[in-house]
Design a protein. Structure first.
Length: 372
């Protein structure tokens, strides 16, 4: 099997990840702050430290663990105070749906590009803060946004920047503190090579976030009603097997080097694009490389005369190549690209993708094109 659906979940996982999960499952349960055993405390403390290194932030205690990026984004959108939202059209439904379904619906403005930030007088409502939400790397086109420049311009307009790093954490360098990102969500099961059901978010010091979930924490069980601001963001029993696996995955990424991973993926992605461009019947949906935006390890395409679902079916069943087809939970970008309602065929790479994998895909696409 050739697996090219790493934007959904990375495969294969490093052996150290599988081993770490198994070790916790086989050991005496040790939940953080809830047991006389210290193993749970050690795993979570070291994981936060590693994630702080990965995200380049100075405060590991400002990193909070969740079941994934969707969980993290819902908590951020539900708990941040903002009067309106500016949302790029390449956002995922884990941003679009929480915003559209808030109990108190704030105005939402969808942006096809970020030229809007060039406006010297972005209007505000009563001087209150607005939210700017965007992905670091699009899960459809692979566009990598210039976050440092965006944050600089956004903060000039007193915008709060929320970054979805689900597709970038682990394979594209992130300097959240240097860039000035206010809040950032990430998942564990993609480029961080952790298990599904892991992830989290980072909140810059000074940002007020009201929790949307309450329950047991193990810190002080006598507290029922919190004083405003004395919040806790991790409640319930933590997913210790998954988080141990995530810790091993983050360690693998840090030991390999995010820059090393990124260089390999950029080289492979550009090679794949150059090959697919040679087929007249293939339509590619990638960033304009003449601009400031660059390309992540995601390539979307269609073949003239075939629906993307049909191409995916042929690739899977005739060639043993796993891709993903459809709208990829990002409907607005497909409206902008003109690929709605069927979407695209999406190929997504990981550090474990080989040149043979990509060659097999190119040869399969060539066969399909020649058969039409």
């Amino acid at each position: 099997m050739v697996y090219l659906n790493n934007a959904a979940t990375s495969y294969p996982k490093p052996p150290s990840v599988v081993k770490a999960v198994a070790e916790v499952l086989e050991a005496t349960p040790a939940s953080a702050l809830r047991s006389s055993l210290t193993a749970g405390d050690d795993i979570l403390a070291l994981l936060r430290k590693d994630l702080a290194s990965l995200l380049h932030v100075s405060y590991p205690d400002r990193i909070f663990l969740t079941s994934g990026a969707t969980d993290a984004l819902n908590r951020l959108i539900g708990g941040l105070a903002f009067s309106r939202a500016l949302v790029t059209t390449d956002n995922h439904n884990s941003v679009l749906r929480p915003l559209e379904n808030r109990d108190h619906q704030e105005p939402i403005e969808y942006l096809e590009n970020l030229d809007y930030l060039e406006n010297p007088a972005i209007p505000s409502q009563d001087g209150s803060q607005a939210l700017l939400s965007l992905p670091h790397c699009s899960n459809v086109t692979g566009t990598i946004h210039d976050i440092a420049t965006i944050c600089q311009k956004a903060h000039q307009h007193h915008l709060l920047v929320m970054l979805d790093a689900a597709q970038s954490a682990g394979c594209i360098p992130i300097h959240a503190e240097e860039w000035g990102v206010d809040v950032i969500a990430f998942t564990g099961h993609k480029a961080l090579f952790g298990p599904q059901g892991t992830g989290g978010f980072y909140i810059r010091p000074g940002i007020h976030l009201r929790p949307t979930m309450f329950g047991g924490t193990g810190r002080d069980s006598s507290i029922i009603r919190y004083d405003d601001g004395d919040w806790e963001y991790e409640v319930g029993t933590p997913n210790m097997p998954g988080l141990a696996g995530l810790k091993a995955g983050v360690e693998y990424v840090l030991q390999t080097g995010v820059e090393t991973i990124c260089r390999q993926l950029q080289s492979q992605t550009q090679w794949l694009i150059s090959q697919l461009k040679g087929f007249p019947k293939v339509r590619l949906y990638i960033p304009d490389h003449h601009g400031r935006e660059s390309q992540g390890p995601v390539v979307s395409f269609n073949i003239d005369g075939l629906k993307p679902a049909d191409v995916g079916y042929i690739l899977q069943n005739a060639y043993g190549i796993t891709t993903r087809t459809g709208l990829h939970c990002a409907p607005l970008i497909h409206q902008q690209l003109g690929t709605a309602p069927w979407g695209t065929v999406r190929v997504s790479l990981s550090y474990h993708t080989t040149q043979d994998d990509l060659q097999a895909l190119v040869e399969a696409v060539q066969d399909i094109c020649q058969s039409l």
